[in-house]
Each structure stands twice: as C-alpha cells, then as structure tokens.
Design a protein around this ligand. Structure first.
Ligand code: ADP
Ligand code: MG
Length: 644
C-alpha cells in the first residue's frame, strides 16, 4: 500500500489535471519529486489537459491539446464538454444539445445509455471521460516511471448519484480504482488546508470555462458538509470569449467592411487572439490584438483593462445573484462566511476578484492557482487515503457512505434512505405506512447494500416500533429517519406521526466490510440489476393487487356497493377475476394492467368508500383491534409524490 501512488484528478468540463502529494526524496524512487503537493505536467509541459477527445480516421484517440485541432478541422470526430452528459438521459440534456455540438447516436432504445458519435464509432459519456482519465494516468506513469492504479476524482457538489456513478465508471474503464469521489469545493478547501481550522463556514466561488458554481460549506470538527449550492451551468469564460469575438467582428465589419463570419478559420484566429488578450489583461493593463483577415487585410486593436472590464461587467454580475441565493438557502449573511475560496481560471480576472470581495466583505484566497486548486486538493485527499505523510497523517478522513442504507419494506423489497457516496455526516427521512388493517407494530429492518431485494442486502439491525393505535391500513404515517454522524455511526429512528410513538437504534454500518466486499456488492448489483428489478416489480405489483382486492372485499359490504347498478357490479367482478388470475402468474406486466383496469372500473365506488373510511377512522369507530398474530409487518412505502 505504501508503495502505491494514489493521484488526485480534477476531471473538468474545460480542463482536466492530475496532481500528487510527494512524501519527500526517496531512495526507492530516485528522481521522484520531493515533498508537497504539485501538478503533474503532460508531455508538452503544460499542467492543463483540455477535456477534448478526438478519434483519428486510423482509429487513434487523441486527447487534450492534440484533440483541440480536430475540433476545427473535423468537428464530427471530436467532442468537448462531455462532463455535461455524464450520468444523464437524453431527456435531461435537451438544453445542452441546443447549445453544444454533441453528435448523439439516434438509434437509441428508450432508457438506454446515450452514445456519442465520433466518426464511425459511438461511445458512452463515461467511455469518453475514460479517455481523458487514461491520458492523465499516462502522464502520471511517465512522471513516476511506474504504474498508477488508484485515484481520487473530484465532482461538482451538485452531482447526483447517477452522475457520480458515471464518473466512477469512467475511472474503472480507464483502469483506475477510484478510491473516492470528492466534491470540488471540498477539494479546493483542502488544498488551502482549511480543514485544519476544524470549524467554520466557507464559500467556494468557482468560475470556470463553461460553468459557474457557488458552494457554501460548513466545516464541523474537521469534516466538510455542503450546505448549499447554486450557480449557472451555462456561464463561464466561454461567454466572455464569445462576447469579445462578437464585439471584434462588429468592429471589423464597420471599419474594414469584412464579414468575418464568412471564414470559419478567420473566426477561429480571432477567437484565439481575444482569449490571449483576455488572459493577458488579468496581469497587464493593456493587450494588443492582431488578426490576419481574408483578402490580406489585418485587424489591429489595443484593449485596455478598463475597456475589457466595462464589456464583461454584465457577465460577472450574473454570478452574484446565485451567490446571494446560496447564502439565503444556507441562512447566512455574507459576514458570517469565514473564508472565501476562488476556483476556476476565470477568477484570475481582477474584476471578478473585486466583485467577490465586495459581496462577501473579505479578501478571498488566491494564493494557489485557481485552475489547479481542485486537483491539488484531490491529491491531498489521495495522500490521506494512502496512509498519509507527515503532514496529513493527523488529518481526519473526509468520508462518504460506501454503500446505500435503507430498510426492508413490505414484500421484502429494499427502500433506500441514504444513497451510497453521500458525504457524511448525512441524514435523510422517508415516510411509510402500514399494509395491514389495525396493524399496531411495525418491524424496522435496517439494510446496507445496492440490491433491490432485502434478502440480498446486508442486515444491519432490527427493531420494532410498537404501540401504534389500530387504524385502517395506509392511514398511519411512519417517519423513518437515518442519520450517519461524523464517526460513521448510523442512528435510525422511527416515529408514527399521528400517535407520536417512537423507537430508535444505533448501528455501525461499515463495521467488518472490506473494500473488496464493497466492490463486489457494487458489481453484484450491476450483474443482477435486471433480474432484481423484475423480482421487485412482481412483488410490488402483487402487493398493490392485494391492497386493492382487500379494499374491494370491504367495498362489497358497503352501502356504496348497493348503490351501483347490477351491470356496474358485474363489470367490477369481471375485472376482479381478471386481476386474481394475473396475480397467480409471475409477470408483473399483466398484473399492472389488471390493477389499472380495476382501479379505473372502481373509481366511483372508491370515492364513495374513501369518504366513509376516513370519516369513520377520524371518529375512531368501526375499527376492531385485530391484533397482530404473525408478528409485526414491514412498513409500506408511501408514494414520494404524496410527501415532499
Ligand atoms: P473548468 O473547471 O470549467 O474545466 P477552468 O477552471 O480550467 O475550467 O477554467 C477555464 C477558463 O478559465 C477558460 O475560459 C479560460 O479562458 C479561463 N482563464 C484561464 N486563465 C485565465 C486568465 N488568466 N484570465 C482570464 N481567464 C482565464
Ligand atoms: Mg473546474
């Protein structure tokens, strides 16, 4: 383990980087850079690898600067900004498709992972990202002269489980074991060593190439918690570049009477020139632009920083609203923020720094390169995970739950409550109800794992919530709350909200599980996903059929039934028979269909009955305590739509 080098990777929308925390000069690895955390440069000596991938006609993959050229010469063979597509469905990315020239494969089945066309082949977003990761891995291996197999990779704080999973998959495809995904703002704070302060509130302002993110972190006993995020996924340095190109094009049209848009090559030269000027203006007071135009003409301009600031002020101002909103969501005033960290290449712009300082009323951290700080933090985390150096061995591990945690719901299915990869401390609440008439106690079976069926997950603990007053099935409202504290201890509590009956238990979720077991469980869930899903759908549809058939039995004895015509009664009985036959088979599809038909056929009856049932339950009448003969039943999940 001590000999394994774990690298930190910032897999960015525009640029990606790999970093490493050295342990100091070593006899075993002469030539390895010394102590401290640093970026590993690519073969061309540059620290940033543009997140661009291109496929050559001969099948060779190009990554980074080499691929950037293809973006211009053969755009159908190159892709950039693939991070926007990670872990998302075609429907989620309609907006992106309008703005970015993504070439998607069209012959996709519903629900299939999207594929990107590069020349004659297609790739999933994780496969494209894996190309970038592979390049970073190669850079690190060349640098160390030894294989690199493990990495910490950063993701935006707002990435959901699917986006995180896609990032992990990309790592695996690239031949990297992803020891941990770390939130980008957390990594930036780590790079500045802010965790050493133990407690405080940090605002991380990340203005990159195509995105703007603001994250408010709370540092509590050395552990970071993201308490609010906001931003704009279509706001970044690209917008500044586009604006400068547009202004210059107008200038050229007016002064030189040339429509530069007629020549894509000239537009590209202009774009490169304004980007160069933009970057120069971050450190000098004026920059000169010179571009060859079609027809042998030359465009020349000098831009002062003042002119530049006037032009980009509206863009910079657009970052301030999300900051204010994030502060509101975190219930903080700017003055309550202890540290402000700048991330992203666009925060090199002095105007951006001034505006951020004005908003928060304090000087932001700018000591580290803003486009490197996330990768540097990832390397710090990597060093902690690989056993630590003198500097990091006393640092607390930032942690995430390696596996999902939940409870067993009616029919033996798993109801996940805290999803894996959630940063801890974490808490989540879900609501359940009873599936049996007059049920007075509920069995809470705490589970860990990714599988759909409880029996395939790891059983962590069991306890009963007792003393619920008898009510019709579905009426109790049981709140189950999971909390994982900073030490990784899981506290589970269950409360029936109508009666206020409560029970709780503490369990230690990760105790005794090796990383390998965790990995196997994750892989297992992939292998069995389809089968699991079918089993789950069958059980859920049978449960639902049971509920409706029981209700119908009751309904037959009701006054409402007598008010239906003979024809209406016969029709319902036919539908009922159809459902009973469907339930005896093992395909959930006919069961679902029969349920839907019966539901529709009994709409009128159900309405009349529901009024009566709720009325009698509220009056506490008509409910004999049936007791619970065969032990408490597992709770029944309540549809999310109803609560939340
Ligand atoms: P991302 O996190 O989106 O991958 P980066 O943090 O690397 O991107 O930021 C890239 C953006 O930063 C680009 O738009 C680039 O032009 C801009 N940028 C880099 N250096 C400077 C600078 N000195 N002044 C202004 N903008 C800069
Ligand atoms: Mg970034």
């Amino acid at each position: 383990m001590a000999d394994e080098r774990v690298v930190g990777i910032d897999l960015g929308t525009t640029n990606s980087l790999v970093a490493y925390m050295g342990t100091g000069p070593s006899l075993a690895h002469p030539g390895e850079p010394g102590k401290g955390v640093h970026i590993i440069p690519g073969e061309d000596g540059s620290n940033l690898v543009p997140s661009v991938v291109a496929l050559q006609p001969d099948g060779q993959m190009l990554v980074g600067n080499a691929a950037r050229g293809v973006l211009l010469t053969a755009p159908s063979r190159a892709v950039y900004s693939v991070k926007r597509l990670m872990g998302r469905g075609v429907d989620d990315v309609r907006e992106e498709l309008k703005i970015f020239p993504f070439h998607l494969a069209e012959d996709l089945m519903a629900g299939e992972v999207m594929r990107i066309k590069l020349g004659e082949r297609t790739y999933t977003p994780p496969e494209i990202s894996a190309q970038i990761l592979r390049q970073l891995k190669r850079n690190a291996e060349r640098y160390f002269g030894a294989p690199v197999k493990q990495a910490v990779i950063t993701v935006p704080a707002y990435f959901n489980d699917a986006q995180r999973q896609a990032t992990k998959d990309a790592g695996r495809i690239a031949g990297l074991e992803v020891l941990r995904l770390v939130n980008e703002p957390t990594a930036a704070s780590l790079a500045y060593g802010l965790d050493k302060k133990q407690n405080g509130t940090i605002a991380v302002y990340d203005f990159g190439g195509g995105t703007f993110d603001i994250s408010i972190l709370r540092l509590k006993d050395g552990i970071f918690e993201v308490i609010a995020t906001n931003g704009d996924t279509h706001l970044g340095g690209d917008d500044i570049d586009n604006l400068l190109v547009a202004v210059a094009a107008e200038d050229i049209a007016g002064d030189l009477k040339i429509d530069i848009r007629q020549s894509p090559e000239a537009v590209q030269r202009l774009r490169n020139a304004v980007i160069e000027a933009k970057i120069a203006l971050s450190s000098v007071e004026q920059a000169h632009i010179e571009v060859d135009l079609p027809g042998g003409k030359l465009y020349q301009r000098t831009i002062t920083r003042e002119m530049f600031e006037q032009m980009v002020l509206p863009i910079v101002k657009r970052t301030l609203m999300p900051c204010k909103q994030a502060l509101r969501d975190a219930e903080l005033t700017p003055a309550e923020v202890d540290e402000v960290v700048l991330v992203g290449g666009s925060t090199r712009i002095p105007l951006v720094r001034r505006k951020v300082e004005e908003l928060f009323g304090r000087k932001p951290h700018t000591e580290l390169n803003p486009d490197e700080v996330v990768a540097l933090g990832a390397a710090v985390q990597a060093s902690i995970l690989s056993g630590g150096t003198e500097e990091t061995k006393d640092m607390l591990l930032l942690d995430v739950t390696p596996l999902s945690l939940g409870i067993e719901a009616l029919g033996g299915v798993t109801a996940k409550i805290i999803h894996r990869n959630s940063t801890i401390p974490a808490s989540a609440t879900e609501h359940f109800t009873t599936g049996v008439e007059g049920q007075t106690s509920v069995a809470i079976h705490v589970l860990q794992g990714e599988r759909e069926m409880a029996k395939d997950c790891r059983s962590l603990a069991r306890f009963d919530l007792k003393g619920i007053p008898p009510m019709p099935a579905g009426l109790p409202r049981i709140e189950v709350r999971f909390l994982i504290d900073a030490n990784g201890i899981l506290h589970v509590s269950a409360r029936e909200q109508r009666s206020n009956k409560q029970a709780e238990i503490d369990v230690q979720p990760s105790y005794g599980l090796t990383d390998e077991q965790v990995e196997n469980m994750i892989l297992d869930s992939f292998d069995n996903a389809e089968q699991d899903l079918n089993a789950r759908q069958l059980i859920e549809s049978r449960n639902e059929a049971d509920t409706i058939l029981t209700a119908l039995q009751k309904g037959r004895k009701s006054e409402a039934w007598a008010r239906l015509s003979f024809g209406e009664q016969r029709r319902i009985e036919d539908l009922e028979n159809k459902l009973r036959i469907a339930v005896s088979g093992d395909d959930h599809n006919p069961i679902r269909r029969a349920i839907d038909e019966l539901n529709e056929g009994t709409m009128k009856l159900a309405e009349m009955m529901m009024d009566a049932a709720v009325g009698s339950a509220l009056r506490g009448k008509n409910m004999e305590n049936t007791g619970v003969e065969d032990g408490p039943e597992a709770p029944h999940p309540i549809g999310k739509a109803e609560f939340q």
